[in-house]
Design a protein around this ligand. Sequence first.
Ligand code: HSO
Ligand code: ZN
Length: 438
Amino acid sequence: MRTVVWAELAEAERADLLSRGTAVAGPQVTAGVAEILAGVRERGDAALDEYGARFDPVPAESVVVAPEEIAEAVRGLTPELGEAITVAADTIRTFHEGGMASDYEVETAPGVNCARVIRPIRRVGLYVPAGSAPLPSTALMLGVPAQLAGCPEIVLCTPPGPDGRADATVLAAAAECGISQVFVIGGAQAIAAMAYGTASVPRCDKIFGPGNAWVTEAKRQVSTAEGGPGIDLPAGPSEVVVIADAGADPEFVAADLLSQAEHGPDSQVLLLTDDAVLAQAVGEQLEAQLVDLPRAETAAKALGASAVVITSDLDEALTISNDYAPEHLILALREPSTWVDRVERAGSVFLGDWAPETLGDYCSGTNHVLPTAGAARWTGGVNVASFQIAMTVQRVTPAGLAALAATAVELSAAEGLLGHQAAVTRRLARARGTDREG
Ligand code: HSO
Ligand code: ZN
């Protein structure tokens, strides 16, 4: 990792340092994705087989995962892994359940009652990647909130592994969330199948989940097509910013940086610190720890494109992080809670020396499907509300209509929409007539 001093950087160098370089799909990906989407839309299952044969190292024999295969996957888990899936599902459930939106009703004017009622999205599609490694934890992060939201139909797509089958742990995680409609389809074609539907794959109303550039671009394209499904958020290459002070533990800081760097060569890793001695020590730790990692090559590539930034003080570090809007932010600081108020935007924040991002990735309870590429400027991560529709309902009595009639009449006149106005005044006249008769 190269080390730079923030105060010595020109404006353009600062912008370059904070630019992801991965946020926008290249023209090749855009065009390739468009072709796949059109293929699946026009030829359905036949196109899925065709793209599977073209893109998957070992294509699946059938895209449909039979219920017996899911049951077999659950039976085949070691007791330890089975327990880990259950414990993680429980913590995720506990945290997400605590923040569920509820219905509410208020009287906004005498005789006018407005309510919000929550409805689950009818059919949701979850994408669980397996490109560089199968991610059963992602099945839990999407499946648990979908289940809590009460979605009646949950569809899950995941790419085939080296044996041409869905990863057994992903299947077991799906089963933990009560998901039975599982398909072995990867990449843009999986997103296309869930967006348009095929004879085998049901058409979904909203598509969730992280993925590579092709998956992220496919989600973007289907969601902007007319009648297309909704999508959760851009969940591209993983990002972590660590803000560390002189008291931080270099061994822990290096371990956290490596844990995200190992996701992929395009992972975005940044260390911000006001202490050059700490920066030096973290550098030494990175070198020492890297050699032990099976994915050292991947992590080294990501670190090669990353930086350690020396700031004048911690406040400046917070300002940089807020501008960058990271997916994950670790505050390896003394009294970290006192700094939380300074954090304006980040997908998920980890406080102090004992909260590694790994816990959030797997089992503390928070979600790991989080905004990347700066989307934390405008959204948080996936939660139960992501799987629900907040519908409004109003009840109005004749007195309620009378109470707001003048307001509606005035505003409809201002907009020149006299049809709107008549819908009020006709009722008003009738209500007055009824009053007089009564
Ligand atoms: N850090 C990843 C999530 C993940 N990590 C899954 C391990 N498995 C993106 O937030
Ligand atoms: Zn991770």
